[in-house]
Write a protein that binds this ligand. Structure first.
Ligand code: DGT
Ligand code: MG
Ligand code: MG
Ligand code: MG
Ligand code: MG
Length: 251
């Protein structure tokens, strides 16, 4: 078909191709989930149904997009790490970000009932997203460590805060005052001495978030690539040595 006189408008579109040979990370985060979690009576501080639904929505993405190497989730956020050499959507930033965001969001809604059963979804949730590029393996590993350290800091605080309220019968402002200025060791002490809770025994998914990754496994002598969810300590360098093939790191 001949070009129309209107077609020049296409030239207004800007090129957003992401730099080659860099790690592409897409991080999604629930919009106003403080309110959304209240409106849907999420258990405090961790609702296992909500975390499992997040994991399942992320799993649908890994299942569909082979170029997503792994994903890390915690609270209302999920980070997707693409294979370094991916050419998906010609590495166009907006295409990658919007496809991930809309697929994740629709999966979250579509699979809601699987996890929340009769507790109905009251309104459509939204997730925002961003794309970040990391040039070196070290930067990417530090990114993963950063997100996991965030889980630890928040979860220890939230577990202490809600234990003081739910079991210690403090008001939220009293609990906040009690924790003001405390370091990790103090919070562990409060939980253990006053409530008999050993923080180390809390579920791994709460303490460490979830890493989804691909693993080759043998089924009836046939190699199969499956997606597994693990809650390992990524802050330890041992983890990255053990999984060096993941990023094709040199030993
Ligand atoms: P944003 O991201 O700026 O739109 O605002 P929020 O409200 O989503 O804040 P954000 O993302 O910093 O923090 C996540 C919120 O989600 C936080 O208020 C706690 C809530 N949330 C996430 N997972 C759970 C859960 O399992 N249980 C409960 N009760 N709340 C949760
Ligand atoms: Mg936020
Ligand atoms: Mg949020
Ligand atoms: Mg968040
Ligand atoms: Mg189209």
């Amino acid at each position: 078909m001949a070009k129309s006189t209107f077609e020049y408008v296409k030239n207004f579109e800007v090129d957003d191709t992401l730099l080659p040979n860099t790690w592409i990370v897409v991080r999604l985060d629930g919009k106003c989930f403080h309110k959304f979690s209240d409106d849907h009576n999420f258990a405090k501080p961790n609702d296992i149904r909500a975390l499992k639904l997040m994991n399942y929505a992320a799993f649908t993405i890994l299942r569909e997009f082979n170029d997503v190497l792994m994903a890390f989730g915690q609270s209302d956020e999920y980070s997707f790490i693409f294979k370094k050499q991916t050419t998906l959507h010609k590495r166009r930033s907006a295409k990658l970000l919007t496809t991930m965001t809309s697929k994740f969001t629709s999966s979250y809604v579509y699979h809601w009932e699987k996890f929340f059963e009769n507790d109905l979804l009251k309104y459509p949730p939204a997730f925002d997203g961003r794309v970040v590029l990391y040039p070196s393996d070290e930067n990417l590993i530090d990114y993963m460590k950063w997100r996991q350290a965030d889980v630890h800091i928040n979860n220890l605080y939230n577990t202490s805060f809600w234990t003081l309220i739910q079991k210690g019968k403090l008001s939220p402002s009293q609990a906040e005052k009690r924790l003001c200025g405390t370091v990790s060791a103090d919070k562990n002490e409060i939980l253990f001495q006053e409530f008999g809770i050993n923080y180390n025994n809390e579920p791994e998914i709460f303490k460490r978030g979830t890493l989804l990754m691909r693993q080759n496994m043998l089924f009836n002598n046939k190699a199969k690539n499956i997606i597994v969810d693990i809650h390992d300590d990524m802050l330890k360098d041992k983890f990255w040595k053990q999984h060096s093939s993941l990023l094709s790191l040199k030993q």
